[in-house]
Design a protein around this ligand. Sequence first.
Ligand code: PGA
Length: 247
Amino acid sequence: MRVIVTKNYDEMSKVAARMIVSQVILKPNSILGLATGSTPIGTYKEIIKSFELGIVDFKEVISFNLDEYLNIEKENSQSYDYFMKENLFNHININKKNTYIPDGMSLDILNECRLYDKKIFEAGGLDIQLLGIGRNGHIGFNEPDIQFEARTHVVELDQQTIKDNARFFDSVDQVPTKAISMGIKTIMHSKKIILLASGKEKADAVFEAVHGLIRPKLPASVLQLHPDVVFIVDEEAGLRLDLKEIY
Ligand code: PGA
């Protein structure tokens, strides 16, 4: 595991964007795993800047998002589909037909989950997966006590996650309680993984993910087992890390 501690959010975003841009320059038909939430927004802004400068071309890229709420229409501004268009896809030349997000409105959710993993597999597997981390240590919507061997599946959101995500809704009762999420197994199959964290409210989760026991209670701790993972965290999120103890 590599850990990069940056001065602040902006620097974290620049470092992460450089890694993703370099991935696409070196392999123009990269398969990117993407994330939503507040944390990656700055990274997406930096990626858009590189695209506008002509440094990188997304026309051959395929993307798969980590998760989507259940029963929220794509057109709804709370959907992750909407988020991705607003924050990235509408601003780069990726072919929208090649941007996959689980369909939370599917009438056959179990089949949707199965097909999602199949599509990732058939595309050749994820080259790089971008992750945030929840205060409870979740990655994607893989909440505490998840089974590490799960592939894409339906999840019940943890109360902490519902509270944390209420800021994006008018009230906490409007936050969906279920979602489709790539499973830990799907994520761990990505060739490279970048996890981003910013702010002191993430410091405990980052500490546990890096130094804690590998356990389903702290889903991000499983990343210690990945051969090519980098945590890019700002000083506040990295507050509790002991950089001498990271292997
Ligand atoms: P955030 O969410 O970026 O909005 O803090 C991260 C996550 O829950 O994975």
